[in-house]
Design a protein around this ligand. Sequence first.
Ligand SMILES: Nc1nc2c(ncn2[C@@H]2O[C@H](COP(=O)(O)OP(=O)(O)OP(=O)(O)O)[C@@H](O)[C@H]2O)c(=O)[nH]1
Ligand SMILES: [Mg+2]
Length: 439
Amino acid sequence: MPDTIAAISTPFGEGAIAVLRTSGPRAVEIAGAAYRGKLPVTEMRARVQHFGTVFDGDQKLDDVLLTVFRAPHSYTGEDIVEIAGHGGVLVARRILEVLLRSGARSAEPGEFTQRAYLNGKMDLTQAEAVMDLISAQTDLALLAAGEQLAGRLGERIRGLRESVVELLAHVEAYIDFPDEDIDPDTGEALLRKLDAARAGMEELLATAERGKVLREGVRTVIYGAPNVGKSSLLNVLLGQERAIVSARPGTTRDVIEEVINLRGLPLRLIDTAGVRESDDEIERAGMERTRHQVERADLVLQVVDAHEEPVKPETSAILVLNKIDLGEHPGWRGVEGVRISCLKGDGIESLADTIAARVTGGAGTQRDWSLAINARHADCLRRARDFAGAAREALTSGLSPEFVAEELRGALDAVGEIVGKADNEEILGKIFSTFCIGK
Ligand SMILES: Nc1nc2c(ncn2[C@@H]2O[C@H](COP(=O)(O)OP(=O)(O)OP(=O)(O)O)[C@@H](O)[C@H]2O)c(=O)[nH]1
Ligand SMILES: [Mg+2]
């Protein structure tokens, strides 16, 4: 029998309310020991809030609202009691201590959700989506997390898995009759099915890039010579005076990082020290950091001063010609780039369009971004795709069905791992350790 866990589920700090949760076979009993109200906790109707008081022995701790959820109709699939009290750090802590003393154990990060998964309330992709939802920083990220939480990705994966199961069953039928080779007609049909499954894998894999963008943001480095207006650009895009701007070249020395929401895309903007020859030790350390950031960037905005002599544009960067209000140097004529003025605010919308187009591959975010796999899914799918490719090889080169079946089983396991068919402590540990305690 699993133990009963408890945690404060609201963030640490003072707030209007704090919610504690306890889940497990003894949840009702444990919460009941600390609570006094009109009805004992054991007699409460599920999912109805009751007003009462939590005591530590004879000492009154807090007036609370208490709700019982009965297995299996709860988040975890176990009995859950939720206690909403006043949002003080100490008072919540004291209520938790009472629950722990009555026999609950402190919950590990993500343990409530892990139990939900283990009890079949959700698959692994849905459990992961819980965290995506909590950490979403833009509407697009929220949309994708919501769809995944609703099970849309899980459905696709199960469909894929189903088609591999069918293939495998078909091939295994031949293994049972050792004298028979797969006849050409059947071979053709199998190939078609196999290729459809592979296409399905590729289709999902193609969403990995946007999954990374939505979850981690686009690392966008603002790069260029001193004094061209890099920090000004950061401030304009951010909508606040975050970085120091001054007419003196070499103002920014450290790396400044802020996340913004650009057309629904989370952009991790990184302002850097201007790059030039310098004897100043601190400035040179700053430039070293700039170089390091450029190496790790998903996208580089190369800022130049439009009214100065042209410099050579970087090939993969978006060229941003700033200070266009001062006029454009004839040398820039015909050069492709976004012309802006941070001072006047001109051209910023068009820069945002250019960035969004680059990030979304020109298709815009109108395209369906609600399906966006994460790095773990991508890793599983790549393995599945390779196994499926090997199965195809085996099939077309006339190897005996055993070999085909072996590869298909590999593909099946890899696909299954995405939703959690292949239970593995290590995988679960990795996923749930990123959660907050109490979730
Ligand atoms: N006229 C004009 N001046 C601008 C514009 N953008 C920035 N500046 C000015 O250019 C100077 C340098 O701006 P910063 O944003 O500090 O430039 P930076 O590239 O961050 O400079 P470093 O941090 O030294 O590398 C400041 O005096 C800004 O007010 C613009 O669009 N037009
Ligand atoms: Mg600067």
